[in-house]
Design a binder for this molecule. Structure first.
Ligand code: ZN
Length: 325
């Protein structure tokens, strides 16, 4: 973290907000992208106006931490779930946030007095992931596949975010894997998400896997743990999940012909126990055809480090491009 004294109290700053169903992560940076402060707040989803109150509170948290004030803010970037009209800053269909249609960009820029830029959370996270990758290697085409409570991908092509006609490019969680599969939150059946999202992994394990955590609510990490300690039922679930994910990776690569598929999200934070069975499945896919050997090289998949918040950083880059670049 930079000391505010070293930079002066008049330094222009940007804030990036990653708004999720349960928490808001805020990141405050200066023009050189030095981190001045970061904070986390609970999301108030009782009413859209209260969501704005909690978002502004998160901004005031980071400003207070950095001994800076609102006058130094030159832009706000926001990543939020749902369908986003990035030009108008309107958010719709954000079911988990109790938002049907809401002019979030306009409300925030009026209330804080600073230009505000809004983008879908996965799209913006893909930008954050792309910038993170750029610091390590030069790549033009990248997909970020997030596996958490839901499953979705964000796509960067030729260094630019690819949104599609409805801002929904990469919504791979709702491609149909089995027409007769389990019901999905979206109303359809057998979506990819009903096999590989965190709750789906738990659902497949309950009843057959013996867990070591009687007092805790079971989450996907526990299933991976049980598989690693030799529980055969857990191993079968992990293999099924990994097979579906390897096919999802293959689908994304064949559709977008990318250099990298970066995996992230809550389930991916299980780390190597999560990644290595997926890599095993990819080895088998590669053996099937020379085409797959070319398109799915061993290093095409990378795990995002747990400490990097691609949503908050993507929001910073979104605002930076609009305000400073
Ligand atoms: Zn679905």
């Amino acid at each position: 973290m930079m000391s505010p004294e070293a930079n002066g109290r008049s330094a222009p700053l940007l804030v990036g907000l990653d708004i999720g169903g349960t928490k808001i992560e805020a990141l405050l940076v200066d023009q050189q992208l030095n981190v001045w402060a970061q904070a986390r707040r609970a999301t108030d989803v009782s009413h859209p106006d209260n969501l704005v109150v909690s978002a502004i509170a998160a901004i005031d948290d980071v400003l207070a931490q950095a001994h800076a004030d609102r006058a130094q803010l030159t832009g706000i970037g926001i990543g939020i779930p749902g369908q986003v009209d990035a030009v108008a800053g309107d958010v719709s269909l954000a079911v988990n946030l109790n938002l049907k249609t809401y002019p979030l960009g306009k409300v925030m820029s009026t209330r804080v007095g600073v230009p505000t830029f809004v983008e879908n959370d996965l799209n913006i996270a893909a930008v954050g992931v792309y910038r993170w990758l750029q610091q390590r290697e030069s790549v033009a085409n990248v997909v970020y596949l997030s596996i958490g409570t839901g499953v979705a991908a964000g796509v960067v092509l030729n260094g630019r975010l690819y949104r599609g006609s409805h801002g929904m490019a990469g919504e791979i969680g709702h491609i149909t894997v089995d027409l007769n599969g389990p019901p999905c939150n979206c109303g359809a059946r057998g979506c990819l998400e009903t096999y590989v999202a965190g709750p789906a992994i738990v659902r497949q394990a309950l009843g057959s896997v013996t867990f070591d955590c009687p007092d805790e609510e079971v989450h996907a990490g526990h299933v991976y743990q049980a598989a690693q300690t030799g529980d055969e039922a857990a191993q079968a679930v992990v293999q099924n999940v990994s097979r579906h994910l390897s096919l999802a990776i293959q689908t994304l690569v064949m559709l977008y012909d990318v250099d990298k598929v970066v995996l992230g999200g809550g389930v991916a934070q299980t780390g190597d126990a999560f990644l290595s069975p997926i890599l095993d499945e990819l080895v088998q896919l590669r053996a099937q055809a020379p085409l797959f050997e070319t398109m799915l090289p061993a290093d095409i998949v990378t795990l995002l480090p747990a400490g990097y918040n691609p949503g908050a950083w993507g929001a910073i880059y979104l605002a930076k491009e609009a305000v400073w670049d």
